[in-house]
Ligand binder design. Structure first.
Ligand SMILES: C[S@@+](CC[C@H](N)C(=O)[O-])C[C@H]1O[C@@H](n2cnc3c(N)ncnc32)[C@H](O)[C@@H]1O
Length: 236
């Protein structure tokens, strides 16, 4: 996928933020401060035993998970494309002046290209890499592996099943990991059916896959149904 399409997803999501129809993946739910995926990320980073580890959240949205990382005393950088999301998150973060939380408005592709070698203990992206093509994911794995310290961890999560955008959308491509569905918001997302295919992509780029986490949220965006999610943790 060329750069044009990648910015399309970010631009389309920016419109969603602008319209006020979205305030974050788990804003005002218990998932704001804790999910099995977020807890696993914190555990993997803590296990490195480093004082004040530096972590980066890509596509941070409301920045609630970045805020949680900062509260764990991680030196945290949140990267988000939408100016609306960034303004709201900065206002909220101002209430926590003692935390080490930097909120950067940027395209994640431009941001990661500038990361120095061995500069991060952990990189986290919750429900963001599903916008990326297989080729873009591979490029990011390569760039991020270089940015991670030895044994540093990359955690990425995806939607799996039970999602209104998938139900209303149409499949535009079948991939080894699952279908790419274009939603009625115009955004293309990968819905993961075969997590092994994603894990293999990371292994090919030299990562050791440490853990796969599955979790579900009752009535996530379809009442009476569970929204199902899957996350992968892989270490340099
Ligand atoms: C589904 S939301 C998840 C937000 C957040 N990770 C959370 O857990 O609440 C995806 C976020 O990624 C952002 N995003 C999409 N493409 C991006 C890009 N190329 N660079 C930076 N942010 C991007 C969107 O603006 C949106 O806030």
């Amino acid at each position: 996928m060329a750069g044009k399409e990648k910015n399309e997803a970010a631009e389309l999501f920016s419109d969603v933020w602008q319209r006020g129809s979205y305030s974050g993946f788990s804003r005002n739910t218990s998932g704001e401060t804790s999910t099995p995926f977020l807890e696993a990320f914190l555990r993997h980073v803590r296990a490195l035993g480093m004082p004040r580890p530096r972590v980066v959240e890509l596509g941070a949205g409301s920045c609630d998970h970045a805020l949680r990382c900062a509260r764990e005393d991680f030196s945290t950088t949140a990267v988000e494309y939408s100016g609306v999301a960034v303004a709201a998150a900065r206002e909220r973060a101002a209430g926590y002046p003692n935390l080490s939380l930097e909120i950067v408005q940027a395209d994640l592709f431009a941001f990661t290209a500038r990361l120095g070698p061995d500069s991060c203990s952990g990189v986290y992206a919750n429900s963001v890499f599903h916008f990326l093509s297989a080729e873009e994911r591979r490029t990011q794995y390569r760039i991020l592996r270089n940015a991670l310290v030895e044994r540093g961890v990359l955690g990425i999560s995806f939607k799996a099943r039970g999602d209104a955008l998938e139900a209303r959308g149409s499949v535009v491509r079948d991939t080894a990991a699952g279908p790419v569905v274009q939603g009625d918001d115009g955004i293309r997302r990968l819905f993961v059916e075969r997590v092994d295919a994603l894990a293999d992509e990371m292994r090919v780029e030299g990562y050791a896959v440490r853990e796969v986490v599955r979790w579900s949220v009752p009535g996530y965006n379809i009442s009476q149904q569970r929204g199902e999610f899957v996350g992968i943790f892989a270490a340099r």
